[in-house]
Design a protein around this ligand. Structure first.
Ligand SMILES: [Zn+2]
Length: 252
């Protein structure tokens, strides 16, 4: 069986072409892709490459789809199930994996980098990497699971509590998601972004954002963006979430 997909064969360009569907092995399933998220990493991967990228490759590491075929050893999943695909496959034997920190596995193999991803009609994935999508959650929302989990991780690291104010540097997709997650946890987010249009859009969910940006933004004066420092701001914590690459500051 063939399908349409996007393939990167050399850095700097990609092709939209017909390609064969890879049948699932005994511990794999075949997914009919419903939605694949496009993130900055995908664009970077195509434009300048990535240390984990093996060519030729179908990119796409944020996938929601329906199981249409499964291997003989797959249990607990059925054809027709809507699932989110966790993009990483850890080794299970290295010190990090044995400690239970599989996300830090040094031999992590990632969908869209080491193996083909979701910018195609179908993708074949390991069954253990599947997370069932709850009833009533449509694919267009479920596809935010990975970036949203990065944001929630950042907020947990911050010790965020209801009533706190949170500054979010950036009002792009991840910055907006981070602000909405903060608000859902009862905090008061404030997006800071040099782009007035993005600030305006973020203002849709952050009332104070558009009005405050010009006063807050270091870009407005042409100065480089300072890093908030716990030493210079009493009660301020600063951290960076490697997952969502956002710097956020919380203070009470
Ligand atoms: Zn490992």
């Amino acid at each position: 069986m063939d399908m349409w997909g996007i393939q990167v064969a050399e850095i700097g360009t990609f092709q939209f072409l017909r390609m064969p569907v890879r049948p699932p092995q005994t511990d794999e399933v075949l997914i009919r892709v419903a939605v694949t998220g496009l993130c900055r990493t995908d664009l970077k991967l195509i434009r300048v490459g990535h240390r984990d990228l093996l060519l030729p490759r179908v990119p796409g590491e944020e996938v929601v789809g329906e199981i249409v075929e499964k291997g003989a050893d797959v249990r607990g999943l059925e054809c027709g199930d809507l699932v989110y695909v966790y993009p990483g496959l850890w080794c299970g034997t290295c010190p990090a994996c044995r400690y239970g920190a599989e996300n830090l596995c040094r031999d992590m193999r990632i969908m869209g980098f080491h193996r083909d991803g979701g910018f195609a009609e179908y993708v074949t994935v390991p069954a253990p990497s599947l997370i069932p999508v709850p009833d009533g959650l449509d694919p267009e929302r479920a596809v935010f699971a990975e970036p949203l989990s990065c944001c929630l991780n950042a907020l947990e690291l911050a010790g965020l509590k209801p009533g706190m104010s949170v500054a979010v540097w950036g009002a792009g997709p991840a910055g907006t998601l981070l602000a909405r997650a903060a608000r859902a946890k009862g905090a008061e987010p404030l997006n800071i972004d040099p782009d007035p249009e993005r600030s305006r859009l973020a203002g849709g969910c952050e009332r104070r954002s558009a009005a405050s940006t010009s006063a807050w933004s270091p870009w407005a004066s042409g100065r480089p963006m300072p890093k908030p420092s716990p030493a210079s701001c009493r009660g301020v914590g600063w951290w960076s979430s490697r997952g969502c690459r956002r710097q956020t500051t919380a203070w009470s």
